[in-house]
Write a protein that binds this ligand. Structure first.
Ligand code: APR
Length: 233
């Protein structure tokens, strides 16, 4: 049976595809405070601002291409049972060809009803317009998990993490909960690799094997190592 590898990714894996991370630019994200554009309060206060912000992000994501880190994770599937749990909404894992991707914080290609998040619709092109409504007549919004909202995919993410033989964490500051708690649910025998441009030892479990560097450099390196090692065994 193939070993199970769970890869937990954040904004840093898409940085080299030209998609800005959340916490690298003085707390501002494309010029906005995260809480103004990524919270349910922000939406209630100024839905047009939030809608436009996500329309812009959708356009950036549609024009971006997966990088070497996304692609290496596809190669990993040749040898391992690979499951990606991502906080990213950009769909670059799917576009690079990964088979199993679980989204914790939603996805940009879907809209949902602002009345009932279970009513979900594909977004055609890059825009959801103010005035676009669900079948019950309520405004459509991005299908994103904002601050102040529950994370419906947390339960399956915990289950996958508990089953991991190897976990790779890359491109996340591990500051946002509950997502960040996934590194705490792995079993003692699970090898934990952390790849980040700036490793923050205070945020990661002591047993972590750290690889400091960019995702596009370090993820392919680790993938090659894991495949070579597994082939020898
Ligand atoms: N390669 C590897 N790591 C990188 C790179 C890179 N090229 N560039 C940046 N990083 C690292 C940073 O050092 C940081 O640790 O990526 C991490 C990005 O952290 P955040 O910006 O906090 O992104 P993330 O952890 O994904 O944020 C979590 O916060 O606002 C919410 O819902 C949003 O999903 C998001 C969540």
């Amino acid at each position: 049976m193939k070993k199970k590898i769970v890869v937990f990714t954040g904004a840093g894996i898409s940085a080299e595809s030209g998609i800005q991370t959340f916490r690298d630019a003085n707390g501002l994200w494309e010029g906005h405070h995260v809480e103004d554009v990524a919270s349910i309060d922000g939406w209630n206060k100024n839905p047009s601002l939030v809608q436009n912000f996500y329309n812009m992000r959708r356009q950036i994501a549609l024009n971006a291409e997966p990088n070497a880190a996304h692609c290496a994770l596809v190669t990993l599937e040749k040898v391992f049972d690979v499951h990606i749990i991502t906080q990213n909404v950009d769909l670059l894992h799917e576009r690079s060809g990964s088979s199993h991707v679980l989204h914790l914080h939603g996805r940009l290609d879907l809209a949902c009803s602002s009345l009932d998040k279970r009513l979900i619709y594909p977004v055609v092109g890059h825009e959801i317009k103010m005035g676009d409504c669900c079948e019950k007549g309520s405004q459509l919004r991005p299908n994103i998990v904002w601050f102040g909202e529950s994370v419906p995919n947390m339960e399956p993410a915990i289950q996958l993490s508990e089953q991991a033989d190897i976990m790779i964490v890359t491109g996340t500051s591990l500051t946002v909960y509950p997502a960040a708690s996934l590194v705490e649910v792995i079993v003692p025998t699970c090898d934990l690799y952390v790849i980040d441009k700036h490793i923050n030892l205070a945020r990661i479990p002591k047993k972590s094997i750290t690889m400091e560097g960019t995702a596009s450099e370090m993820v392919p390196k680790l993938v090659n190592q894991l495949i070579a090692h597994n082939t020898i065994l």
